[in-house]
Design a protein around this ligand. Structure first.
Ligand code: FAD
Length: 384
């Protein structure tokens, strides 16, 4: 079995396949494990989604992340201060209230907050124009690379071969009864025969699809992040130990504690739909403007470092999980549209189940890419 890409998805799939007792598993990574979008993520882990399947996947993942250190022996710096959406329109508040009701029916503790409750929980926020908040106290953030490292070490321990600096370039297939069937991949380090291959190549999945003759509608979109110098909590009037991952839903500006400092992110009109992940010098002023508007108390923090990375966007901002109808044996787990890190643990489990004929804990057939030709878009609304 060949897994293409050792981000959180590939690493988790490899581990779960090995746990099922599958043999001859090769995890192929063009660079080093975790070096793609996973290492660029803000680390946010939340169960607040609008799509039932996403809620189920996120909930399962969070359970795993809470016990990660015990199970995998790796500290992932999990901070469980919750995740707060700021809502500035009645229409959004109504939609979120319906989603919160769904999340509660699925056993979550998420809830709507009044503006006064938002102000109490997030005193650094200017609540001008805010009409409500949505909050799940069990959400939070953690360190993505640590999760990859935990899965890769555990997978290796179970016999998975991890090929670093090794690029998959071509696919071989044979005519099957109903469709072509994958038989092998060519890599920069040689050919690997395999009747099952999974594309977990993140933002680059569309290119893998092209090489294999499989339509994977995944497009890269640049996003940027800034981490501040350590902050003076008393001077800013904040309590890092309590501060939730806070996101302004209409602008997607967000902030969360990052060690002794703060991590900020937001989109920018200049963000390109391309494989360009260079930092944009004009982005910091955009961020500064949003801080000034929504969190002016944080306006004087000093930037320490930053980076840009790629979201892996699909037409409906929902993931693609399944086996290609054009190429039997070609599985895919990609297109998580900017919320894939938090889904990694559960998606790895589900994809390994699909590949080994086990029943997944949740029905992911609605995330099959065939939806675009049959039922149409399956929109996830709670996107960042
Ligand atoms: C700025 C930013 C902030 C984000 N914040 C969050 C967040 O707070 N929470 C969240 O859940 N998600 C977040 N995300 C999204 C998250 O990073 C991704 O959804 C997730 O990491 C996808 O994981 P992956 O394993 O599918 O992809 P990746 O981590 O990109 O892994 C794919 C791997 O495939 C490899 N690869 C590509 N082509 C080939 C090839 N031909 N041969 C071999 N290997 C190949 C790449 O090198 C890469 O390592 C954020 C993303 C960005 C950019």
């Amino acid at each position: 079995m060949v897994i293409i890409g050792a981000g959180v998805m590939g690493a988790s799939i490899a581990y779960h396949l090995a746990k099922h007792g599958a043999k001859d598993i090769v995890l192929v990574e063009r660079n080093v494990p975790g070096s793609g979008s996973t290492s660029k993520a803000a680390g946010g882990v939340r169960c607040q989604f609008s799509d039932e399947v996403n809620i189920a996947l996120a909930t399962r993942s969070l359970e795993v992340l809470r016990n990660f250190e015990t199970e995998f022996g790796v500290d992932i710096d999990l901070v469980s201060n919750g995740y707060l959406f700021l809502l500035d329109s009645v229409a959004d508040a109504e939609t979120f209230a319906a989603n919160v009701a769904l999340q509660q029916r699925m056993g979550l503790d998420s809830r709507m907050l009044t503006v006064a409750e938002v102000a109490e929980l997030a005193p650094y926020i200017d609540t001008e124009g805010i009409v409500a908040g949505a909050f799940n106290p069990g959400d939070g953030h953690c360190t993505p690379e640590a999760v990859v490292s935990g899965y890769v070490s555990a997978a290796r321990g179970l016999g998975v071969q991890v090929l670093k600096n090794c690029e998959v370039t071509e696919f071989e297939s044979t005519e099957g009864a109903d469709s072509r069937r994958v038989t092998a991949v060519t890599t920069s380090k040689g050919r690997i025969e395999s009747a099952q291959i999974v594309c977990a190549a993140g933002a680059w999945s569309g290119l893998i699809g092209e090489a294999a003759g499989v339509d994977l509608p995944v497009r890269p979109l640049r996003r940027e992040i800034m981490v501040s110098e350590p902050v003076d909590e008393a001077a800013l009037g904040i309590d890092l130990a309590r501060m939730p991952f806070t996101i302004d839903f209409s602008t997607s500006f967000y902030v969360h504690p990052e060690g002794p400092g703060l991590l900020f992110g937001c989109p920018d009109e200049a963000d390109v739909w391309d494989f360009d992940d260079k930092r944009n010098p004009d982005w910091l002023p955009t961020l500064a403007e949003l801080i000034e508007t929504r969190a002016p108390a944080l306006g004087n923090v000093e930037a320490k470092r930053g980076w840009a990375g790629l979201y892996e966007m699909t037409p409906d901002h929902n993931a693609l999980i399944g086996e290609a109808e054009e190429l039997s044996g070609f599985f895919y787990a990609c297109g998580f549209s900017g919320h894939g890190f938090l889904m990694g643990p559960a998606v790895g489990e589900v994809v390994a189940d699909l590949m080994t004929g086990h029943q997944p804990f949740v029905d992911v057939s609605g995330l099959d890419k065939r939806r675009f030709a049959t039922s149409g878009l399956r929109k996830e609304l709670n996107i960042v």
